[in-house]
Design a protein around this ligand. Sequence first.
Ligand SMILES: [Zn+2]
Length: 359
Amino acid sequence: MLDDHYLCELHLHLDGSLPIETIKYLAEQEPGSTLPDTDTNILKSRFSVPEDCKDLNEYLEKFDLPLSLLQTEEAISYAVKSIGHTEEALGVDYVEIRFAPQLHLKKGLTQRQVIEAAADSAVFFNADHSTKIRLILCCMRGDDNHEANMETVRLAAEFMNDSDLIHSSGHATDNESVENSNPLGQSASSYKKVFIPSAKGQSLPVIAGIDLAGAEALYPTENFADIFSLAKELNVPFTIHAGEAAGPESIWTAVRFGAKRIGHGIAAVQDEQLMRYLADNNIVLEICPTSNINTKIVQNYAELPIKKFLKMGITVTINSDNMTVSNTDIIREFGALSGSGLTYEEKLIILKNAENSWL
Ligand SMILES: [Zn+2]
């Protein structure tokens, strides 16, 4: 469908994108926990929002069970790999999967262990598959988790920037083995930094950067200045969910913090000056069409200001956000937009934008 162009997905949540078969498998591993229905279609209706999803609250309820299943290293590792397989089957070349380490501590894991489990899994997957996975660590909006957020930033920096310790997956293919060699002979659990060879011939840390996710309307972006000044100080790139449930001021704050990319950013359409700023400064919008319809930010695909953003010269990308919760994937997102008037040329620009906007 997308010709020979490189297909990249930049905004995808781990907990909201678990394949149904993966949810079933993980539930079976839980002692005493059984899903009431094993029929895939019935399960799908349980984990995906209905077409008439009422609001963001109904949307967010769908994350509870998947998240409860992602509380062990084995489950986190399995989940990352499963999403890699799904993306590979769709023809995705590159995906940045995001998750909040602090939401995976219910069974005693530390943030470090959560990140290591996910990073290890991505490195193993990358060695054997044409689809490449990198990870974004989400900080969470809230009023009682400041230290947990700061820890996420510090760990991101440690995983990305400590070049003394280079990890080996042990599964590297021939042409990747140089990048993944393990000069210190360390075990898989003792690394601080991992690299993946990208299609661009570069090596990049498997931890791509950080994000801020959660209830934007309840906890304004401006409350989180500390996180992003630390991220800047430690050279950790970041994207911020902004202009989804709140207005243009949230996006202004995010770009003042130094965000290279904005998750959603739909509210920018209300502010001409902001749109010009985004275009002039090459700030990338990670637009997630079906998710925005689910949460009633727009009523339909045609209402999304994608054409307007493109006309203004803004770097627009298209993403799934939550494959399972929104019952979608990157191919379906492009398909829906084509059905609502996105031209072939516009589609090509969007694909190129994503290819040039890795965190
Ligand atoms: Zn999101």
